[in-house]
Design a protein around this ligand. Structure first.
Ligand code: FPP
Length: 247
């Protein structure tokens, strides 16, 4: 049976998150500048997002720029700061005919006025769509997100609108950029690195991890299917026991 058909026999992950790593190395191997790798990385995101949509996955989160990526050379930062614009262009045809929705997670105070406006525009224009949600994490850091949630809850306590004893998981989740998206089920990292790098820390508490040595621009639809099939073989227990182990 073909991979794609096999995928439909078991529950799909609702939320897939991807650390799009290896654009630079992929480009270097081809004797090209790093930005060439990012361009091909963006084109590959288009391919994988459309497949995720067609499969019926609910959310695809991607790590496009981390709070630490400001340390990169200015030329590369300038290129990556055009990602919201590229996203609008690359997804144009599908935005028109399809049901893809875009949201952004991350700080909005350092990405520039133009980006801020464009991001709000894309979110607003696509907000009523019912297909795949592409969550683009831009100037995103998991620790920063949690710090901001803590600050906001502390303020509410100070203002008397919340009691400390009422702060629970749901209260924190409501303050995260990703609210009300479901938790991450499958977290994919390309390019051989075996770490989470401050990505969706809270949301990935019970995620299944899938690592591959393939660089992001070369991570094909076939490889995406392979990652989903691997996820479907896992036994997710969320800290409990398997049903059959209960006696
Ligand atoms: C990591 O590769 C990748 C990034 C920091 C940026 C990823 C961004 C994209 C693929 C584009 C997303 C597109 C849109 C439209 C939102 P790296 O540069 O760290 O590669 P290296 O580890 O080989 O140096």
């Amino acid at each position: 049976m073909r991979r794609r058909e096999r995928i439909f026999r078991k529950p799909l992950p609702k939320h897939v998150a991807i650390i799009l790593d290896g654009n630079g190395r992929w480009a270097k191997r081809r004797g090209q500048p790093r930005t060439y790798g990012h361009r091909h990385g963006a084109l590959n995101l288009r391919r994988i997002a459309f497949e995720a949509h067609d499969l019926g996955i609910e959310v695809l989160s991607v790590y496009a720029f981390s709070t630490e990526n400001w340390k990169r050379p200015q030329e590369e930062i300038d290129f990556l700061m055009q990602l919201p614009h590229n996203l609008r262009e690359d997804f144009k045809d599908r935005f028109k005919h399809d049901e893809i929705r875009v949201v952004f997670s991350g700080r909005r105070d350092r990405v520039g006025k133009k980006n801020k406006e464009l991001m709000a525009e894309l979110e607003e224009k696509t907000k009523d769509r019912e297909g795949l949600i592409v969550n683009v994490c831009l100037d995103y850091g998991g620790r920063h997100e949690i710090i901001e949630a803590a600050k906001s809850l502390a303020m509410a306590v100070q203002e008397g609108t919340r009691k400390p004893q009422d702060i629970d998981e749901a209260a924190i989740e409501e303050e995260l950029y990703t609210h009300p998206l479901p938790p991450v089920d499958l977290l994919i990292r390309t390019s051989g690195e075996l770490r989470i790098s401050n990505f969706l820390l809270w949301q990935s508490a019970y995620a299944e991890f899938y690592f591959t040595k393939v660089h992001w621009p070369a991570f094909s639809v076939r490889r995406f299917h392979k990652a989903i099939l691997s996820y479907q073989k896992r036994d997710r227990k969320f800290g409990g026991l398997k049903r059959s182990d209960h006696q």
